[in-house]
Design a protein around this ligand. Structure first.
Ligand code: PMP
Length: 438
């Protein structure tokens, strides 16, 4: 069975003529590099809260999109964006109260050492800036990442994003380490990951490359969602610092409350990074991202290079960001991520052992990964069947991990218990349908 027909269009009917035409137009005008989700791609025209609506007005439960983390079309964020856009939208080279208020509010959510912020428009730009700063601070060039990491699209960042695949070359100064191994006993994970980082440092040095930074996504999203045990990053962070490099926490995925304990994923590891990069949910869809730094790390860089990002941190971005922080706080969304996430995780865990397809469930808060296996082996095909089966039942998720067999469940943070129940109904029906066919 091939991926293309793993959950075939025949099972659920065909694409409408309009959708077929849109796919053809898309290929014509957007070219060959884009990929659509799902066997039967979706065409959404509207979003509200955790729901997306297709062109026929049918509702889909969004259990995947983390950008709209305070809900699609959040009225408070829209109001803030609209009001500021109608008043003034310039950039960071003029004094502006809103930019400063937001920068102060954002940095106040970090440990006190991380007290300065630089704004960008995308997570890729934030990681690109992190490399420049790390290199200026350390005098090194070496970069250590996990073996299936994704950190972004600029040419520098793509060189340390191995999940882009074998056709995208890694930089000669880049070394990959296996992500923390969730199959080890919990007590061994920290030391084992640190040993791998130490080996990568040694290999860089042997090739005459001084280490500049270790960067990890603190929820290891593209590596297959690895959250436990809390604290497992500590020894690796010590190792990179001992070697003269810095530690960068990429919070583009786990940041802004997703892991359900605090606003930032690194906090569950009891560490204070040298730099933190943030993005995606920062403006709930308004493109904004940034880098939060310990001042001594960016001091030298700032003296030697001026920094200006035309759109990054403009007054509208600041208004959007401020509104997002307010909604997260007012609606207790970190606590919601914790409780609804735990509820959903417990429901999924009942399938471990009872379904031959579900091997384990990992994650924190509203970021869950489910290992899918067939005959005891990771199965991308079975994972794709579940993803597409859920899609046909109007529930949206995706799959990730090195073997593409980890279901990635990452809904907006406003996801409720009732939404989780609806999710589980569709999940159960999908597994039953797959088992009946086999
Ligand atoms: N880091 C991580 C961990 C990401 O998941 C992503 C985006 N998927 C990025 C960085 C890049 O962010 P952007 O797409 O905004 O450039």
């Amino acid at each position: 069975m091939t991926m293309a027909n793993a959950f075939g269009a025949d099972d659920f009917g065909r694409l409408s003529t309009m959708e077929q035409e849109m796919i053809a137009r898309r290929e014509r005008v957007l070219g060959p590099a884009y990929r659509l989700f799902y066997e039967r791609p979706l065409h959404f025209v509207r979003g509200e809260g955790v729901w997306l609506y297709d062109a026929e007005g049918q509702a889909y439960l969004d259990a995947y999109n983390n950008v709209a983390s305070v809900g699609h079309g959040n009225p408070a964020v829209l109001e803030a964006i609209g009001r500021q856009a109608a008043t003034l939208n310039t950039h960071t080279r003029y004094l502006h109260e809103g930019i400063l208020t937001y920068a102060e509010a954002l940095t106040a959510t970090f440990p006190s050492e991380l007290s300065q912020v630089m704004f960008t428009c995308t997570g890729s730009e934030a990681n690109d800036l992190a490399v420049r700063i790390a290199r200026a601070y350390t005098g090194g060039t070496g970069i250590i990442v996990t073996s299936h990491a994704y950190h972004g699209v600029t040419s520098t960042v793509a060189e340390f994003s191995p999940s882009l695949g074998a056709n995208v070359d890694l930089g000669f100064h880049v070394r990959t380490v296996s992500p923390p191994n969730p199959n080890l006993p919990l007590s061994e994970i920290e030391a084992s990951f640190a040993r791998d980082v130490e080996a990568a440092i040694a290999d860089l040095k042997r090739h005459g490359i001084k280490p500049a930074m270790l960067i990890v996504d603190t929820i290891f999203s593209s590596d297959g969602v690895i959250a436990d045990p809390p604290g497992f990053l500590r020894a690796a962070v010590d190792a990179i610092r001992k070697a003269g490099g810095i530690f960068v926490a990429d919070e583009v995925q786990p940041g802004f409350g997703r892991t359900g304990e605090a606003l930032w994923g690194f906090l569950r590891h009891g560490i204070v990074p040298d730099l933190v990069t943030v993005g995606k949910p920062m403006g709930n869809g308004y493109p904004m991202a940034g880098l939060i730094a310990q001042p001594h790390i960016i001091a030298e860089f700032g003296r030697n290079a001026r920094y200006f990002n035309t759109f990054g941190g403009n007054p509208v971005a600041a208004a959007a960001g401020q509104a997002v922080l307010a909604v997260i706080q007012d609606q207790n969304l970190v606590a919601n991520a914790r409780s609804v996430g735990a509820y959903l995780k417990a429901a999924l865990e009942t399938y471990v052992g009872s379904s031959p397809l579900i091997a384990s469930v990992r994650g924190a808060g509203l970021f869950l990964g489910v290992d899918v296996e067939e005959d005891g082996k990771p199965s991308a095909i079975a994972a794709a069947r579940i993803v597409n089966g859920l899609r046909e039942r109007h529930v949206l998720i995706s799959a990730s991990g090195p073997a593409a067999n980890v279901l990635k469940i990452r809904p907006p943070l406003v996801f409720s218990r009732a939404n989780a129940d609806r999710f589980m109904e569709a999940f159960d029906a999908t597994l039953k349908a797959i088992m009946q066919k086999d």
